[in-house]
Design a protein around this ligand. Structure first.
Ligand code: GRF
Length: 201
């Protein structure tokens, strides 16, 4: 069983979905640590109640991105973490960190990448007038929201959608997709090789 840390900054609904999935018998990964850079992140309470170790690493306590990332790396290594899942973690990680964890660092993004990177994702989708949107789980690389794609799910975009309505529809799919992608990585069904996601047959 792979030892997994989930990094959050807020609500943590994807973190909850990962914890729920990983608690099922036979799941190849165990969520052993939840880290937040924000002390008030709601997700921390749920994780603690679920009996999972939590840690706050306030980014403001560090002089630079690299110093924060080294502290984060130290905590992950001390806990024997093998896979890191970003789940609404609102910090850009340094190139050093992304390279240090490459192939073992996942993110979920609420669009069909490579469309609509960054923030205000659902506004971007509605503005573009797409008829489908969705979510993507990808390996993290130094460039933001640009890593090799592991899995995607689509949802329809309806005429009366607001960013909030579309976000909720996408989020429902995120909660299924992220555990599925983590399972694939933990089982060795996908790996990062020469900058591409390679899938086992
Ligand atoms: C999700 O939509 C995720 O795709 C994005 O940030 C949001 C986090 O939500 N990266 P939650 O904290 O998991 O509820």
């Amino acid at each position: 069983m792979k030892r997994v840390a989930v990094l959050i900054s807020g609500r943590g609904s994807n973190m909850r979905a990962l914890i729920a999935a990983a608690s099922a018998p036979g799941f190849p990964a165990k969520i052993v640590l939840v880290i937040s850079n924000v002390v008030s992140a709601e997700g921390l309470h749920f994780a603690a109640e679920a009996g999972i170790a939590t840690q706050v690493i306030p980014h403001k306590a560090y002089r630079s991105r690299e110093e924060f990332d080294h502290a984060l790396n130290g905590v992950l290594e001390a806990a024997g973490i093998e896979i890191v899942c970003l789940a609404g973690f609102m910090r850009i990680l340094s190139d050093w960190f992304a390279k240090r964890w490459q192939g073992r660092l996942l993110n979920i993004h609420p669009s069909l990448l490579p469309l609509f990177k960054g923030v205000h994702v659902h506004e971007q989708a509605l503005q573009a007038g797409v008829r489908v949107s969705g979510c993507t789980v990808h390996f993290v690389v130094p460039e933001l929201d640009a890593g090799p794609i592991i899995a995607q799910t689509t949802v329809p975009v309806e005429m009366e959608d607001t960013p909030e309505i579309l976000a909720a529809r996408v989020l429902g799919e995120e909660h299924k997709l992220y555990p599925a992608a983590l399972k694939m990585l933990a089982e060795g069904k996908v790996r990062l090789e020469n900058g591409r996601a390679v899938f086992a047959r």
